[in-house]
Design a protein around this ligand. Structure first.
Ligand code: FAD
Length: 341
């Protein structure tokens, strides 16, 4: 639905969060420019498994029921967003989409899973099927979002932003661009703006290795304590490590060997000869939940700190920022100022 008063918005970041915000804002009639330092395939979003998995993610948290509620609420926005896409964009994603996941684990792990309150059904061979824990293929989703944004008349610029304020940015060559609103959706890259946007100072990195495996058939997720297989019909990813405090992009041979051993142990027949290791860096916050909203000191809007759940939270972030830009009251659970002193 078109907003009565279109605003100009600069979005720093072309991963799942920046592109989703851009599509939602453009769809609502705002003038949107995305500035991204690298193409989406080289972002954490391009590396990610693309699981949109409220139950399987919530079972890792201390308060499983609360975490499931929050993640499920975010997932619901995702479904609404996708339903509003034109057919071509929907087809690109739906072709790789799975709607359920299987978990295989100890009785204690299954008990934790049950505590989320998610709908579960036994699926044989010691597996529990989680209905509603879905999966998208990252590249297809990012490409569909970018194509949709360009078709709507949005702009995407490949450049690095060096400095920000509430209404302008300075690019690497010193040129400036201004807009009524600036959004930082730059994943862990957002930490570099903490000097101007204090709420971002709390971000810490979590590096992750994952295996990209062509030729593995099937669709959906098989997850265990040792790792997960995310399968997209003709390829699959096995992951992922959580290396807290690391933000480098180097591939560690020992970690790759360990991932391969874990993949082989979970699925002995799988062919890993063409497996390629990939690395991404997640942005994390002290309480594990995202930063979405307006930085109080600078007026800059932020959407980052999604940790393991950027695909889950991106549409909710877009909705919250749309509300702020259009002057409506909005969800304060993810207030970015909650750690600022
Ligand atoms: C191995 C692995 C597996 C994962 N699996 C899942 C999963 O299954 N499900 C899930 O929900 N999440 C998963 N995640 C987490 C997910 O990848 C992140 O939460 C998500 O990608 C964050 O998206 P983002 O758009 O915030 O940031 P990113 O994808 O990191 O994108 C950041 C963007 O900002 C740009 N940028 C940064 N600094 C600047 C600057 N100064 N100037 C201009 N542009 C800049 C970058 O170029 C990029 O375009 C996984 C992560 C990893 C590493």
């Amino acid at each position: 639905m078109a907003s009565s008063s279109p605003k100009s918005v600069l979005i720093i970041g072309g991963g799942i969060v920046g592109l989703t915000c851009a599509v939602v804002l453009r769809d609502s009639g705002h003038k949107v420019t995305v500035i991204a330092a690298e193409s989406s395939e080289h972002t954490a979003s391009g590396v990610a498994a693309g699981m949109i998995a409220p139950a399987l993610e919530a079972m890792n948290e201390a308060d499983t029921a609360m975490a499931f509620q929050r993640l499920k609420a975010a997932q619901t926005v995702w479904r609404t967003l996708q339903a509003a896409w034109p057919q071509a964009a929907r087809d690109a994603v739906v072709a790789t989409l799975a709607q359920e996941s299987d978990y295989i684990g100890s009785p204690e792990a299954l008990e934790r899973l049950a505590k989320t309150g998610a709908p579960l059904t036994p699926a044989g061979e010691g597996r529990m099927r989680v209905r509603g824990d879905g999966l998208v293929e990252a590249a297809a989703t990012l490409n569909a979002l970018q194509a949709h944004l360009l078709a709507l008349g949005g702009e995407v610029i490949c450049d690095r932003v060096e400095r920000v304020s509430g209404d302008d940015v300075m690019l690497a060559d010193g040129t400036r661009r201004n807009a009524e609103f600036v959004i930082i959706a730059a994943g862990y890259g957002a930490r570099a703006f903490a000097g101007q946007v204090p709420s971002l100072a709390c971000l810490t990195p979590i590096k992750g290795h994952l295996l990209d495996v062509p030729g593995v058939a099937g669709r959906g997720v098989l997850r265990a304590a040792s790792g997960y297989w995310a399968r997209y019909a003709e390829s699959a990813k096995f992951g992922a490590t959580m290396e807290a405090g690391r933000d480098d992009a180097g591939i560690d041979a020992d970690i790759v060997a360990d991932l391969k051993a874990r993949a082989q142990a979970l699925t002995p027949d799988v062919d890993l000869s063409k497996a390629q290791a990939r690395v991404g860096v997640r942005a994390a916050t002290p309480d594990g939940w995202p930063l979405i909203g307006r930085d109080a000191a600078s007026g800059v809007l932020v959407a980052t700190g999604m940790r393991r759940n950027g695909y889950v939270f991106a549409p909710l972030a877009a909705q919250i920022l749309l509300d702020l830009i259009e002057g409506r009251a909005t969800d304060r659970d993810y207030d970015p100022n909650r750690f600022a002193h």
